[in-house]
Design a binder for this molecule. Structure first.
Ligand code: MIC
Ligand code: SF4
Length: 657
């Protein structure tokens, strides 16, 4: 079906197929096969960015070769020690030298600012953040990836991925009052689960699309990451043009639509008219229930913001709901506007004053509580958030119960002191200004190429060099250090509360916290045994793009991870770090393996050359079992070389000879 539509030039094409085809560098666009695409733009943020610039430096290239690369500082903005400020300075100086635009701390969350200022329909974007697909709201193929992949793309290299299936989501009807874009993506999460989108692109169409603004579309493409999707995208239409006009960027607009009768691999239909306010319960974005069916739940904290829901319209609605009211004494309401542009608009319209008067605590334009950078809830507290992730412990308080919802549900619930269906109130209407207060004075252009060579990149003492693996040995041996369940997130593997985020440039220090939410003794055990293997269930490594979730295990000597299945970005990060990512062939072998079992993989090079099935000997229990190494021929070369950096350097040297 879809593959015919994609490979046969005479057939009607989806938008995704058109963009991929126009950027195709290698491979055939057949679902599951590895393809390589050229990358027009890259973005980095600070908690993954320091690694990216260290990696770019290690590649030895003088300047980026993309059409546009942007470095944001938006995550690590609490400066309780020198580390974060040092990271910001490192990124700023590296950006100036290497030809990257730099969005200063305070300017906003990368995805919101990128949408406002840089997203271009029809282009490709690779970002070192899993919510990069936000830009798909404007018809861009925007993909989240590990830092090393982004560094290579900055250097002009293509991005390799398995050709995804293209799923058409047809939106019928129109949202009813108080029902929002967040409810559309929560509905999809409830239908498909957090692994339902792995290996897929979600392309939206239908009459319902026209009624959604670009920021509403962005809420949906943003949270497509929670489905595990490669990316999500919308057409570029008159609504897109209007958004770009408000940004003074109408020149960047061009129309983009699927051909009449385009064929897709799967079709899903959602009737917007039937949707109602939804909420995701602790601790997973797919544990979705209708707000009205939730038993009375008292809220202690309400957080509004994040790259999912902090656009101009979102926050104008919040201000309208709060107008003239006061937040109850036992509720803490915090609001973090997504960008300085949004904050300026709120100030100019008087909406900010309404929020302040109601008792909201206004935070700077940054990720803030979404990544646990402050505002950790009280012990056992219920926190209702407009964010995209409510993974266990992510808020910074392990006993907290975090729920996810739309800004409308959040604001009404904050006033009522409990999770409330907003339809008990009269509908509200807000008007977003036709022209947004555009001001790029917090975006620094890089130094001109001729001056770049002289520029110094400033690194603080906490910034350690990039960690490199060794070439893959013929034998791997070690014990099973941990057996884990399904859906282990990157927040379990490399927790990132405010205390640990300052260590993002220091893998040796960070490694002491690796997998501690699963087992506090894991780092010590791994060090004592000089490494070993990890075993996990389905969808291992869902969530963030942080390659620290591969590099910290590498530092602790992890040689391989054997799982029932992997999340896309984390699997790529493991392979890029030169760590074997293996899947059980038989679920029974996952059931019978135990912690401390001694494993042995012999004649690895011959086994890998022969086929994709490898034999693992369980020496402790005295049996052998089969695992699969699902990797492309290129990824196998990467593994053999000891990781993507070593492989890329070797390729460059070969070309130079
Ligand atoms: C997230 O939302 O989990 C993050 C923090 O933005 C991560 C990046 C990181 O871990 O630094 C992501 O989404 O990739
Ligand atoms: Fe920042 Fe949260 Fe968005 Fe990640 S999900 S980029 S932490 S706002």
């Amino acid at each position: 079906m879809g593959n015919n539509a994609i490979t046969d030039g005479t057939k009607a094409k989806s938008i995704a197929a058109k963009i991929l085809e126009s950027h195709l560098v290698k491979g055939k666009m057949i679902p599951g096969e590895e393809i390589a695409i050229s990358i027009d733009q890259t973005l980095t943020q600070d908690t993954t960015g320091t690694m990216v610039y260290l990696e770019f430096e290690a590649l030895g290239l003088p300047r980026v070769r993309t059409k546009r690369s942007v470095a944001y500082v938006d995550h690590n903005t609490l400066q309780t020690g020198f580390e974060n400020a040092d990271d910001h300075r490192f990124i700023q100086t590296a950006a100036a030298k290497y030809g990257v635009y730099f969005s200063r701390p305070g300017n906003g969350i990368c995805h919101q600012v990128h949408l406002e200022r840089f997203t271009i329909p029809g282009q490709t974007l690779l970002g070192s953040d899993s919510h990069t697909p936000t830009a798909g709201a404007m018809g861009m193929i925007a993909i989240g990836a590990g830092g090393m992949d982004v560094a290579v793309a900055m250097g002009g290299g293509p991005y390799y991925l398995n050709m995804p299936k293209i799923v058409n989501v047809r939106l019928k009807g129109r949202l009813q009052p108080w029902v929002s874009a967040k409810d559309i993506i929560l509905e999809l999460l409830s239908r498909l689960s957090v692994k339902g989108g792995v290996g897929k692109i979600f392309e939206y169409s239908g009459e319902g699309v026209k009624s959604l603004s670009v920021p509403e579309r962005a809420t949906i493409t943003n949270m497509g990451a929670e489905l595990g999707a490669t990316t999500s995208l919308f057409p570029s239409d008159e609504v897109t043009r209007e958004f770009l006009r408000a940004q003074g960027r109408e020149v960047d607009w061009h129309p983009l639509a699927a051909d009449e009768g385009a064929v897709y691999d799967e079709v899903i239909e959602i009737d917007l008219t039937e949707l109602e306010p939804l909420v995701a319960c602790p601790h997973s974005p797919d544990k979705v229930v209708k707000v009205r069916e939730l038993p009375q739940t008292k809220v202690d904290q309400v957080c509004i913001g994040s790259c999912t829901n902090s656009s101009a319209a979102d926050l104008l609605k919040v201000a309208e709901i709060l107008k003239g009211k006061t937040i109850p004494a036992d509720v803490s309401l915090v609001i973090a506007p997504g960008s300085r542009q949004v904050l300026t608009m709120l100030a100019e319209q008087g909406a900010l004053a309404e929020m302040i008067k109601a008792g909201a605590r206004i935070l700077e334009c940054a990720c803030g509580p979404c990544i646990g950078m402050g505002q950790a809830p009280a012990t056992g507290a219920v926190s209702l958030r407009t964010f995209n992730r409510n993974f266990y412990g992510r808020s910074g308080t392990t006993s907290a119960q975090v729920y996810l919802c739309s800004p409308e549900v959040a604001a009404v619930s904050a006033l009522h002191g409990q999770i409330t269906d907003p339809r008990c109130h009269e509908p509200i209407q807000v008007t977003v200004p036709e022209k947004m207060p555009v001001n790029d004075n917090m975006i620094m252009a890089p130094a001109p190429a001729e001056e770049a060579e002289k520029l110094e990149v400033i690194k603080g003492p906490n910034i350690k060099s990039f960690l490199q693996n060794k070439a893959l040995p013929a034998t791997l041996e070690g014990s099973v250090l941990l057996v884990m369940e399904n859906n282990i997130t990157t927040d379990h593997i490399m927790p990132s509360p405010a205390k640990l985020l300052p260590l993002r440039s220091n893998i040796p220090a960070l490694a002491d916290y690796c997998l501690t939410p699963v087992d506090p003794n894991f780092p010590a055990r791994a060090k004592e045994r000089k490494g070993g293997f990890l075993v996990a269930g389905e969808n291992y490594g869902q969530g963030s793009s942080r390659e620290h979730a591969a590099l910290a295990p590498l530092y602790l000597g992890i040689k391989g991870v054997i799982a029932l299945s992997f999340a896309r970005i984390h699997k790529a990060n493991l392979l890029n770090a030169g760590i074997l990512a293996l899947t059980f062939l038989d679920k029974a072998d996952y059931d019978r393996i135990s912690r401390d079992d001694e494993l042995l993989l012999e004649n690895l090079h011959e086994q890998i050359a022969a086929d994709d099935t490898l034999v693992v000997r369980n020496k402790t229990k005295g049996y052998s079992f089969q695992v699969k190494l699902e990797a492309s021929p290129r990824q196998i070369q990467v593994l053999l070389a000891g990781g993507l950096l070593a492989y890329t350097k070797a390729q460059a040297e070969k070309r130079a000879e």
